[in-house]
Write a protein that binds this ligand. Sequence first.
Ligand code: SF4
Length: 364
Amino acid sequence: MSPIEVVYDNPVTCDTRVAWASVPEELTQPRRQAVLAELRELLKARDAVLVAHYYVHPDLQDLAEATGGLVADSLEMARFGKNHPAHTLVVAGVRFMGETAKILSPEKTVLMPRLDAECSLDLGCPEADFAAFCAAHPEREVVVYSNTSAAVKARADWVVTSGCAVAVVRHLHQQGKKILWAPDRHLGDYVARETGADLLSWQGSCIVHDEFKVQELKDLKASLPHALVLVHPESPREIIALADRVGSTRGILEAAATPGVNTFIVATDNGMFHKLRQTYPEKHFIEAPTAGSGATCRSCAHCPWMSMNGLENLRTVLLQGGPEIVIDPVLIPRARLPIDRMLEFTRASAIPAAAGLVPHIGAA
Ligand code: SF4
């Protein structure tokens, strides 16, 4: 069979207008306080725990922590949910996160404020096309990023997060294996350069990390010579080349602890700034530049699908008991296998699967 050329580049399905139009309005202070009080009661009444991603609205992050839940990245969210005694997990994030939670906790009810909160990486890697890609390269070990659907995970040998991708691929490379990687081309490119692995990548990308601008970041860096540049590896190669540290969301949080450094330029979704500022109130965090309001279309460091989560739609889902994440039961054990493989690998290697800085290829 001849190799499949991957021509995908954020298709029409990644149109973000519907998501932006669905972003809830900010509540008035009295309404916000009333809904927050009601949500605390509803979570208790439903025996539910709220897990929120670093990129969602600060109110949701604070509510999760104030009610015994968690703010984290997708895998930690799922692991926390699995180990928590609550019968219902409420996931404030995007759909693949709810699916991962359901895969690890199939016996629990997994609710989300919006099931149509998507991700450009997930949308850009449809299962049927991905299956054809895999079938064309049967000699390769299939490694997929966590930002994929349950159906794509079910086709994979390994699921990885940005915190453990380099370690897993290096391990496979040392065993002489060639890699088929999906869906993020930038993370795949970074992992290939770090490990030297023969890695054939799907060509998806995150619409948020794709927005960072190279020249503007160079200029900002030059104007702030004492600042450290922290970059998520979903960013393009030219942005990563300007980084002082490259890391997952948790890696970025850890890097901000660097002693003697008080200013950081951060290239990831700006939802992350809430946790950074809470954790290091004495330090300064500056967004890496995007085209901003000068762009011909919306350009910002914020995910429209993450922004669809709000207090009011969280209230609705708790009142109604839905919408609920449902996954074909046949898929669950198949999708769980590559996740368990990663968890076992990271446990045995003492690598926090969802955490940590990945090695850096060299700051500019
Ligand atoms: S920030 Fe990017 S990777 Fe994260 S959910 Fe949004 S589109 Fe997907």
